[in-house]
Design a protein. Structure first.
Lengths: 284, 309
């Protein structure tokens, strides 16, 4: 390993090679299961039954088409996208507004409201499922997409309020004051000066709320009843229950499609995603 | 505004701007409070109320006092769920956190061309939808066509091909736990990495000068500096276990028997399959009180640490 390193870098020691080898093995353990669906998806059912582990003989796209029809992936994607966008639209504006006020208009009242909202960050959604379900029935939201993304947003708001608050606190105060002196109203200062400056926080919220909503299983399972409204995750698990692992190639196709958006977003935005995840944990 | 000849106008303007400000503040906080009020505060109160009622959603609610709770603590499924959740938390702390520490330490100790890509890969499994993670678990552990069983068949190892990873009372828990370790360990890894990187260069250089390297450095220098993040991780593991639902539900639906039942699964079954709202709400209250207790522990530690610095 160290032979071709030349003189410019110090040689890798035995310990470093050993350590890196172990780490790479762990990395392979993470990646290996993710490669499997691609091994299966291009095979016919028969080919899979006899030679599941070989490389596919040819790239058959049939499984994607069949899976698309069998679980109506088009409809599933549309629902999941609706839920994700709904969650984003209902989470970001309330969180940004509240976070801004908590950062810049501090008073006893706003501090109290801040802690009241922050408490929500620690409430497990499991606790309130029954009343949420009853509430949805009472207001006619059962078995609708808003019935799913409205509570989702409520449970997202505390965290993002916290993040926006600390983001707005980190911005220089002079900017807003200058705009105020120029005669801009409170709302205008927020929407035209402060909010554009908070774009990094907004991007982060957009990505993480999207991924969380896209991946949701538990709340969807409870709030959605009719097949037509099922999200991708519900369809994938339904498919798994119906056929077990027998229809693997088709199933692999559905799995690849349903996880593609989160994986692609992660590959593009891994730096922000990791940073944002840590922000919640490291903020004290 | 400081015009002395017309003080009334000045104060009127001040009053108006004060009102503008108040209205703006209220308008900004209102949407967030509305969402939380409808979908969180009200449901919390309602959960407590329902936990003292006998209710099926239809028909009248009957006040039964603590009956739901006393019946809960005689319910074998709930007790199995409680036991599993704490076993899960215990093993997460024993297995996932040390594993994460090992990986995070090695990854930050030798910084080379693999460090960055590996860090990205380790967290990758964490962003997968749980339905997909559960499916991969079934790929691996399923009795028909599962990877491990077919590997056993191919190699002629009957002991392996005969193992029923998801259907065996004692194995099922570990099969689900293995998949959970695969997907959830990413978070402690990146968290500990960030914490280790915060340890100052001076400390590292001083240790190097004293000849404290490798494992000694890990145990005597890094580990004592991480006691606080490690306890936080232990608390997060415990709270996470209390909420556990997706993976065991999709991989084994809590079975065989009650082998992989969690509090989340019991709540779901009581509430949405048997329609026992009262009992399910009592489970919700138990989950809430336990998470609250651990959150308070976390905050009191945080506070202590703050005092120490």
């Amino acid at each position: 390993m160290s032979a071709f390193k030349g003189f410019s870098r110090p040689r890798y020691g035995v310990a470093e090679v050993a350590s890196s080898t172990i780490l790479i093995m762990f990395g392979l353990i993470i990646v290996f299961p993710l490669v499997l669906p691609f091994l299966f998806v291009f095979k016919t059912q028969l080919e899979y039954a006899y030679t599941p582990w070989s490389f596919p003989k040819s790239l058959i796209w049939k499984n994607f088409k069949e899976a698309w029809e069998a679980v109506q992936i088009g409809q599933g994607l549309k629902n999941t996208l609706g839920v994700s966008l709904g969650a984003i639209v209902c989470t970001l504006p309330p969180a940004a507004l509240a976070g801004y006020v908590f950062a810049r208009y501090r008073s006893k009242v706003t501090e109290f409201c801040f802690y009241a909202i922050l408490i929500g960050y620690f409430v497990p959604i499991q606790m309130v499922l029954i009343p949420l379900f009853k509430f949805n029935i009472a207001v006619g939201l059962t078995d609708t997409l808003p019935g799913l993304f409205l509570p989702m947003a409520a449970f997202n708001i505390p965290f993002w309020t916290l993040i926006y608050r600390s983001f707005f606190q980190s911005l220089p105060k002079d900017l807003a004051d200058a705009a105020r002196i120029d005669g801009a109203g409170h709302g205008k200062v927020f929407s035209q000066v402060m909010l554009p400056l908070a774009t990094p926080a907004t991007m982060l919220a957009f990505i993480l709320v999207f991924i969380a909503a896209w991946s949701d299983y538990f709340l969807s399972l409870i709030m959605l009843n009719s097949q037509a409204l099922f999200t991708m995750q519900l369809r994938v698990s339904q498919f798994l229950n119906a056929y077990g692992t027998d229809r693997m190639p088709r199933y692999a196709a559905a799995a690849i499609i349903s996880s593609a958006p989160t994986v692609i977003l992660y590959i593009i935005g891994h730096r922000w995603i990791i940073q944002g995840t840590l922000m919640g944990a490291i903020k004290e | 505004m400081s015009n002395h000849s017309q003080p009334t106008i000045g104060s009127a303007i001040r009053k108006k701007t004060e009102w503008d400000r108040k209205i703006f503040v209220a308008a900004c906080i209102f949407p967030a409070l509305l969402f939380l009020g409808l979908f969180m505060y009200y449901p919390i109160v309602e959960t407590f109320r329902l936990s003292f009622m006998k209710s099926s959603g239809l028909g009248p609610e009957i006040f039964v006092g603590l009956d739901n709770y006393t019946r809960l603590f005689k319910d074998p499924e709930f007790l199995a769920g409680l036991k599993n959740v704490f076993a899960w938390a215990f093993w997460s702390i024993i297995i996932q956190i040390p594993l994460a520490f090992y990986i995070a330490f090695s990854l930050t100790f030798y910084v080379n061309r693999f460090t960055k890509p590996l860090r990205i890969i380790y967290y990758l499994a964490n962003v997968l939808p749980s339905a997909i993670t559960a499916m991969l678990g079934k790929f691996i552990f399923s009795p028909t066509n599962g990877i491990l069983n077919s590997l056993g068949t191919t190699l002629g190892w009957n002991w392996l091909s005969d193992l029923d990873f998801l259907g065996n009372q004692s194995l099922a828990f570990w099969s689900v736990f293995t998949i959970a370790t695969w997907t959830y360990t990413g978070f402690p890894i990146i968290y500990l990495m960030a914490r280790i990187e915060q340890i100052s260069k001076d400390i590292k250089e001083a240790a190097e000068l004293d000849g404290v390297t490798g494992w000694k450095y890990a145990f005597y220098i890094v580990l004592p500096n991480l006691t606080y993040p490690l306890t936080i991780l232990a608390v997060l593991c415990t709270i996470g276990s209390l909420k556990l639902f997706d993976l065991p539900y999709m991989m084994t639906t809590g079975g065989p028997g009650y082998a992989t039942v969690t509090l989340g699964i019991t709540l779901y079954r009581h509430g949405f399959i048997n329609w026992q709202y009262g009992k399910a709400s009592a489970i919700g209250v138990v989950i809430f009180l336990l998470s609250l207790a651990f959150t308070i522990i976390q905050f009191s530690w945080q506070h202590k640490k703050g005092d120490g610095q």
